[in-house]
Design a protein. Structure first.
Length: 331
């Protein structure tokens, strides 16, 4: 069961109210961090959870599907890829139920100090990764009906995951992983996205919207060109707001106020911006955290390339400067 203070912090923020401090949302994929908090131990899920708790992460946004119960399924998938026949079918009820069971078990392990949110494959990115991006784009123009059939399959998988999650009442957050942009803009035209992608997203998330669950789109790159249609389709928030792609979290806060929940967006590694981690943290909080609706975190996740010192400095900064009240430029 989630600690009451963590639960309250998350729910207030999702409803654009200020809790005790800015909630932290991130995902760790860095063995150095796990080993720091559990020296000499094999890295199991328990050791991973300990790192999240020690660092003060309120939300882990990415669900790592464990391999134990999927061993045979993975072998079958590898065989398909070896034969150049990637999987293009609807997940079975057995697969979906096993996945949700695994998620609920992991979620209980992350409690009481961290909420593990569901993250599910979206519709487009899994489709173009299956076919290859160039082949996907070619078929968009010469064999569109095949593309429509393929993304219908992934839309159905997303719908079934959303339905099971909503029925199981496993919390207020559901992330959809669908990369639709590069650093400089969208990977597809607005016409294609609004005619083919967003209607399927809208239908797929209906079970979540009916239960009041907030739906967050995870996409790298600059997605600013599709934000209004995204909101109209039922998306409640965006993650991770890639700062190196030109997305300005302060402008987003001013523009969308209480219409869009924001996640991110601190560039821990730097990329020549000349700011210290403390300066970045204070700037991000001042720009986006006032009036709630903002989960602070990295803009690319806690990946393997980051040093232990960089990561520890980042989370120390969040603890130092993350307490409310904060006042934005308009306050």
């Amino acid at each position: 069961m989630l600690d009451a203070s963590v639960d309250n912090r998350i729910k207030l923020t999702l409803n654009f109210q200020e809790p005790d401090r800015v909630p932290v949302c991130d995902f760790i994929d860095n063995p150095k961090i796990f080993q720091y908090f559990s020296p000499g131990l094999d890295i199991s899920i328990q050791e991973k959870v300990k790192a999240y708790h020690e660092l003060g992460i309120d939300v882990c946004w990415q669900f790592e599907r464990r391999r134990n119960y999927r061993h045979e399924g993975l072998l079958k998938r590898l065989q398909r890829f070896a034969l150049r026949k990637p999987r293009m079918d609807v997940l079975s009820n057995e697969e979906l139920n096993e996945e949700m069971k695994d998620f609920a078990q992991q979620q209980s392990l992350f409690a009481p100090n961290t909420y593990l949110a569901m993250s599910a494959e979206g519709i487009l990115s899994v489709a173009y990764k299956t076919l290859g991006y160039e082949e996907f784009c070619r078929k968009m123009y010469v064999e569109l009906i095949q593309i429509e059939r393929l993304i219908d399959i992934y839309a159905e998988n997303l719908y079934q995951r959303a339905l099971l999650f909503a029925k199981a009442e496993l919390g207020p957050l559901f992330f959809i992983k669908d990369d639709i942009a590069y650093d400089k803009g969208l990977m597809f035209s607005n016409v294609f996205l609004e005619q083919q992608w967003l209607p399927r997203i809208r239908e797929s998330i209906e079970p979540l919207k009916e239960k009041g669950i907030k739906v967050i789109l995870h996409s790298c790159g600059n997605i600013s060109g599709i934000l209004d249609p995204l909101i109209d389709s039922g998306i409640d928030g965006i993650h991770p707001i890639d700062s190196t792609s030109g997305m300005d979290i302060g402008i987003l806060k001013k523009t969308y106020a209480k219409n869009l929940i924001l996640f991110g967006n601190i560039d821990i590694a730097g990329h020549g911006d000349g700011l210290s981690i403390d300066e970045k943290t204070k700037k991000c909080i001042k720009s986006a955290s006032f009036n709630g609706g903002h989960f602070i975190g990295s803009d690319k996740g806690i990946g393997k390339r980051l040093s232990l010192q960089e990561v520890l400095a980042f989370f120390t900064s969040l603890k130092e400067y993350g307490t409310y009240p904060h006042y934005g430029n308009d306050q």
